[in-house]
Design a protein around this ligand. Structure first.
Ligand code: ARG
Ligand code: GLU
Length: 701
């Protein structure tokens, strides 16, 4: 049964014709796509992309930290990723005396490179289909619980075995196609990764939230690190004696530039997509989840913005929080709009109707209906969960109270709590928190049905009479409203505090009343999707529907390829595919925080001191867009040209195309990359760190 499954999958995957630029492909199976890639302009072979026998491009790509990608660009372990991926590290090294976020940082010698405890990068050693091994012992007819435990035990045994020989080895077994296939991913993890450089935020975050998810774009979103290893090039904990890691492969930097139509390929770790989702799942996202979540976040963002515009101090305190809330908020708006425009719900419904007729009396009979039923059962719980996470869970005072309670239970709790509290109050402004509480809880009151609200909520509202009165009392009587009192509080005082109680009662309600149901329903859903996924493949093959299948993203290494291309976001408008420094000068405005560039930068531009980093028109290129299929996690991914050389760093998508996590539209979906020549320009001219260029290899220089 498992054999046939693998054979079916393989024959389906191999026999599919290409579709315009959609897809996130598994590197080890890239030979199935290489013909299409070469037809579109790629000049290298499948073995050049992924090989276990020789150095290949995969050896120059790393999973950076917990959710970004990075690439090696020198024989001495130099690595590029995004500024927003290295942000946490840059921030940690910053202080009032040297504010690297504001001013940038460049190590002028190896000794000046800064260690980052807790940061690691992982190279993929190899990946392989282990479906038969992982399902060993599973028989059709067994329960899902039994299957889950078999998969878990077999995975553990396999992981233990493959990681036993060799330093820094780490492995995961990942389900693809909803568990129709299992793949082993074996990584080598390096833990000594040092900060080499970052531009000032006015360059690395140029355009800020205003330009986020937007094109035309001018963000210099990069930072630079170096991997260190022991004398034998093996992973090692941080030590002064460690030496720069010598990679099996690193990217050459191409100065040949990009033209509309050029082949591009992205090699990285996309996080999560749902391309095979049922119409009911899409309907919830488009018509329920996204609109409600957007509305709740609009309320919070408005409150933050109001106070931020009144005080310079508050603006800084809430800039990172505002950015975090705004990021998904903006993405969801594009996603919702894109799904609507693509008529994805209707199209899926039509497909499901045909599928269902085809499936009647066969192996996949009823699966479409079953999924619809599970979504129906799940919906109120999902709705309650979404509201919980966008309302009660966002109350800052409640969050810190809960955190402090947890810390005070530890041995050196007092000390840990003090640290946490100091960090919290540094960026806390109570009027924002309180007004957000009032705004979102009123919305919650209106929209969430009574049976999906905790008793605690009803009691509080009854006794206070209004959300406003409740907020007034909570924010006045909580000891966390007063940093001095919070610092003194013991565990008992904390756990009887109203802010703590708020967090605790909500968490208790969620864990007892909601989570068990959603967990069960999601397991049922997973099971039904496993059949539906296989059904979609068999259907398309037997009915000769030309559709190429690729597994949904799951933070494993993937190849996406396409070409440089502008797009038309609206009638009468066409966006060119690249931007230049000229556009930065046009946006430059000392009055607007997001567009205020360093004075030195203005001088460089006035003097036209561009060095060799210009395009054919004599301007310095900054960003470009292309049709590669990417998602969150692809941040920092290398953008590679037809010759396999580095032309850019991926960092975003256009917001009109963010539905590509669900449905890809080649007309609109574009990834946004930083032009590698801009990176070099900043290092060379603004940072004056030209010595770093000496270790890189340039093509077309
Ligand atoms: N939109 C990009 C991503 O999804 C960049 C986010 C960081 N930048 C920002 N202005 N918030 O992660
Ligand atoms: N900025 C995103 C990231 O951090 C990439 C944008 C996207 O979602 O494609 O991964």
């Amino acid at each position: 049964m498992k054999k046939t499954l693998t054979i079916i999958l393989l024959s389906i995957l191999a026999g599919m014709t290409a579709h315009a630029d959609e897809g996130m492909w598994l590197p080890s199976l890239i030979s199935q796509r290489i013909g299409d890639m070469q037809e579109k302009g790629f000049k290298l072979s499948a073995e050049d992309i992924y090989s276990v026998n020789q150095a290949s491009l995969k050896d120059a790509v790393v999973l950076f930290g917990r959710g970004c990608t990075g690439e090696l660009i020198s024989p001495e372990g130099l690595l590029l990723t995004n500024h927003h991926c290295g942000y946490g590290q840059i921030q940690k090294h910053s202080s009032v005396e040297h504010d690297y976020l504001k001013d940038g940082f460049w190590a002028m010698s190896r000794e000046e490179e800064l260690p980052n405890p807790g940061l690691s990068v992982s190279f993929l050693e190899r990946m392989e289909d282990v479906t038969d091994l992982i399902l060993k012992g599973y028989e059709p007819g067994m329960s899902e619980d039994e299957r889950v435990s078999i998969v878990k035990n077999n995975s553990k045994a396999l992981i233990d075995e493959v990681t036993k020989e060799g330093k820094g080895l780490r492995a995961t077994v990942e389900a693809l196609y909803y568990g129709n296939q299992y793949f082993l991913f074996l990584y080598r993890q390096y833990d000594d990764v040092r900060l080499v450089g970052a531009p000032p935020s006015s360059i690395g975050k140029f355009g800020g939230d205003t330009d986020n998810w937007m094109w035309p774009r001018h963000t210099g979103d990069f930072s630079m690190f170096r991997i260190y290893a022991d004398k034998d090039n093996n992973p090692a904990e941080y030590s002064k004696d460690n030496v720069p890691y010598r990679p099996k492969k690193y990217f050459k930097i191409s100065l040949e530039g990009v033209q509309e139509g050029d082949f591009t390929f992205i090699y990285g770790f996309p996080g999560r997509t749902q391309e095979y989702i049922h119409s009911e799942g899409v309907r919830y996202i488009e018509q329920v989840g996204d609109p409600h979540k957007i509305r709740l976040r609009t309320l919070r963002l408005d409150v933050m913005s109001k106070y931020q515009s009144q005080s310079q101090k508050v603006r800084i305190q809430y800039s990172s929080k505002h950015a975090n809330v705004a990021n998904a908020w903006k993405k969801w708006q594009g996603e919702m709009k894109g799904i609507r425009k693509m008529k994805t719900v209707q199209n899926k419904q039509e497909f499901e109707k045909t599928f269902s007729m085809w499936a009647a009396n066969g192996e996949f009979d009823g699966v479409v209906e079953k999924i619809a039923q599970i979504y129906h059962d799940l919906e109120p719980y999902q709705f309650a969960t979404d509201y919980y996470s966008e309302t009660a869970r966002t109350v800052e005072l409640a969050g810190i109270a809960y955190k402090v309670a947890g810390l005070l239970e530890k041995e050196n709790g007092k000390e840990l709590a003090k640290e946490a509290l100091d960090a919290f109050y540094k960026d806390y402004y109570l009027p924002i928190d309180k007004e957000c509480f009032i705004a979102v809880m009123n919305e919650y009151d209106k929209n969430v049905p009574a049976e999906f609200k905790p008793e605690y909520y009803k009691e509080c509202l009854d006794s206070y009479g209004s959300i406003e009165a409740w907020a007034k009392d909570l924010f006045a009587s909580s000891l966390f409203a007063d940093p001095a009192k919070a610092a003194e509080a013991d565990l008992e005082a904390v756990t009887s505090d109203p802010a703590y109680r708020f967090y605790h009662e909500y968490a208790k309600w969620y864990n007892e009343d909601i989570l068990p149901v959603t967990r069960q329903l999601n397991q049922d859903l997973q099971l039904a999707y496993r059949d539906y996924m296989r059904g979609q493949m068999v259907y398309c093959r037997t009915q000769r529907v030309p559709k190429a299948f690729y597994p949904d993203a799951n933070l494993t290494l993937r190849v996406a390829y396409g070409h440089i291309k502008g797009y038309s976001p609206a009638d009468g408008t066409y966006y060119l595919p690249s931007s230049t420094m000229k556009g930065i000068m046009e946006k430059d405005n000392p009055e607007i925080f997001d567009y205020n560039i360093p004075q030195r930068y203005r001088e460089i531009y006035a003097a036209k001191d561009f060095g060799e980093w210009t395009d054919a028109t004599g301007e310095v290129p900054v960003c470009f867009i292309a049709t590669n299929h990417t998602t969150g996690g692809n941040s920092g991914s290398p953008v590679i040209n037809a010759d396999g050389n580095l032309i850019g760093i991926n960092f975003d998508r256009v917001w009109e195309g963010t539905m590509s996590d669900i449905v890809f539209d080649p007309e609109i979906c574009r990834n946004i990359s930083l032009d590698i020549r801009y990176v070099m320009f900043i290092i060379d001219k603004l940072a004056g760190a030209g010595h770093l260029l000496d270790e890189m290899t340039f093509v077309g220089r």
